[in-house]
Design a protein around this ligand. Sequence first.
Ligand code: ZN
Length: 88
Amino acid sequence: MVLECKHVWNYVSEFLDNSLPTKTRELVQKHLENCEICSAILDSTRNVLILTADDRVFELPAGYTERLHARLAREIDAANRRPTQGQD
Ligand SMILES: [Zn+2]
């Protein structure tokens, strides 16, 4: 089973919570090692959680997910337009 980016995004909060089943966690971890986009998402989500943890509020700001996904869609689109290197 290969995880796609959009699957990983669904797992990000559980990944940070350590609430994923070990097998899923390993798949996500593997994907993150090979995907700059998803590891950037993980980092920014973690930063948001750290910021909000001060108030013991663990919900993301309203609209955050929508904005994040819109941004991701643009970044992935841009990445797909880039000519691939080292591949023929
Ligand atoms: Zn990815």
